[in-house]
Design a protein around this ligand. Structure first.
Ligand SMILES: C[S@@+](CC[C@H](N)C(=O)[O-])C[C@H]1O[C@@H](n2cnc3c(N)ncnc32)[C@H](O)[C@@H]1O
Length: 268
């Protein structure tokens, strides 16, 4: 994800700025990412196939989270944040409390990379090292999260990796900790032969990561938990930004799945 975000950052027509993504690539020591070595031929096919989906989803989710914060939502939770740099690169109302949830070692790696650079958060940022399969709301509350205040939640790039049961459990816990007026921003995608073979070319782990996520469409899944859904097909949003429909999610092709960007809202 960091590689694709770094690539997007370097485009003159970029949809978002993420100057920090390259730091993660540099720190990885992986030859694929060495500065100046990337050519069209050496770029993994997966990165090329996913580039516009990641660009458009990042922008969509950036806008959803910052709009909620500017409209007065006091806290934001990035679930499974990985190398997400939103706490540093977006223009937050300074009082926004932003919680970053991931495994302890992932957060430690990210902190070590960022500490080598002079980077400060533009909000009140708190890391929450925990395992999302366990009782993570307790860890979140212990870190200062207040379930009685409206929250803007982010589930980016994670639903497809969950079983339908795990996705249900995640949304159940998010909902149980969401005060009226909360927002949930997410993306979701289906698998396809095209994506599977591009993942296989990088690693077996990336093939096995896919579990499919919610067993029903996003509109009914969100509504079942009380969220008012706003669901966009990816191709609708890419077109708005003047980007091509990414091949793995192009409904005109026979070998593809679909991808969606969504916002759920709990009435105030
Ligand atoms: C595909 S990445 C998505 C990262 C980020 N949202 C993005 O789009 O760049 C998945 C992230 O989920 C985290 N993750 C996976 N399983 C987890 C779990 N059980 N508890 C906490 N974090 C987990 C991983 O450490 C990784 O950072």
């Amino acid at each position: 994800m960091a590689a694709i975000r770094a690539q997007e950052h370097s485009r003159p027509d970029r949809l978002f700025a993420d100057p920090y993504a390259q730091h993660f690539l540099d720190a990885s020591g992986d030859a694929i990412f060495a500065a100046g070595t990337q050519t069209a031929a050496s770029t993994p096919e997966l990165f090329t196939l996913m580039a516009d989906q990641v660009a458009v989803r990042t922008r969509f989710l950036d806008d959803a989270l910052t709009s909620a914060a500017r409209a007065g939502t006091p806290q934001t939770v990035l679930l499974a944040c990985g190398m997400d740099a939103r706490a540093f690169r977006l223009d937050w109302p300074p009082a926004t409390a932003l919680f970053e949830v991931d495994f302890a070692d992932t957060l430690a790696y990210r902190a070590a990379v960022l500490s080598a650079h002079d980077i400060t958060a533009t909000c009140r940022r708190t890391e929450v090292p925990t395992d999302l399969r366990e009782n993570w709301p307790t860890a979140l509350c212990a870190a200062g999260f207040d379930p009685n205040l409206p929250t803007a939640w982010l589930m980016e790039g994670i639903l497809y990796a969950l079983t339908s049961h795990a996705a249900d459990l995640l949304l159940e816990r998010v909902t149980a900790n969401s005060a009226p007026g909360s927002t949930l921003a997410l993306d979701h995608q289906e698998d396809s032969a095209l994506l599977r073979s591009a993942r296989a070319a990088l690693s077996k782990e990336l093939v096995d990561i896919w579990h499919g996520g919610p067993s029903e469409d996003l509109n009914s899944w969100l509504a079942r938990y009380g969220w008012q859904p706003e669901v966009h097909a990816l191709e609708e949003v890419t077109t708005t930004h003047g980007r091509p429909v990414p091949p793995p999610f192009d409904p005109q092709r026979p070998d593809t799945g679909r991808s969606w960007l969504a916002i759920g809202r709990l009435p105030s």
